[in-house]
Design a protein around this ligand. Sequence first.
Ligand code: SF4
Length: 300
Amino acid sequence: MTEPTFAGLVSRWYERNARDLPWRHPDVSPWAILVSEVMLQQTPVVRVLPAWQAWLARWPTPAALAQDSPAEAIRMWGRLGYPRRALRLRECAVAVVDRHGGQVPDQLEQLLALPGVGTYTARAVAAFAYGQRHPVVDTNVRRVVCRAIAGEPDAGPATRPADLVATEELLPVEPAAAALASAAFMELGAMVCTARSPRCGVCPVETSCAWRASGQVAPDGPTRRPQRYAGTDRQVRGLLLGVLREATGPVPHQRLDQVWSDDVQRARALSGLVTDGLVEPVGETAFRLVGDGPPAPVPT
Ligand code: SF4
């Protein structure tokens, strides 16, 4: 009898243990999967779930979102964080309508050419929406492959071409099995082979894991600390955006001045929102979400 492969072991574990997440259901559209992948990039599942459901209830197709304003996309994004993703998602919807008749394309090159769709998202959509064989490599997958195959504790800060090659080598040849394995690797990294406390005792590849076999030597250097949020420009941007999201029209400068007492930091945060295309000035005394109404008068 042939030994089960790494992908086979992880896929079998996945079929028994995967979380029942709505974007994994078989009847979900490629658009819904694309939206989930964008939302999940920097936000935990528990926060994405209600936002994803609300987003798709309002914009079930790329055409529906493309017809709405950037301001509404930012509003619906709510407090998911990194709100430029909302703008990119709407630009992506417009491009899907213009270039592909409103259907999310199934070709990797076409997916990669969409606004806001990078190496990871394009392959995730090709694999999970269209059942294709591509290495889908996020932080969790890099960590699993790095530990289990290379025997090293940490996969480094960003996905490299070598990570794609290493992951692809593990995938079954048959596309549907490869897509299943890609989802399984991600789930294993998210639920078992976690960054801080891997649960090797329940891991399906414990007996073959190279890092486990080598004694799980901890990485050199200081442990990475979680990023601080309180008091950062990110917090101030979030507060400003919160006021602008809830407003029905332009918000006077004085109202925005109330959200944060440090004038310099507040001005820097507001300027950053304008530079990022999330907010626009209305005359010289007010601001609003970008595209939230007729074109803003140009200050004379
Ligand atoms: Fe990760 Fe432990 Fe499984 Fe190795 S045995 S892949 S370190 S959870």
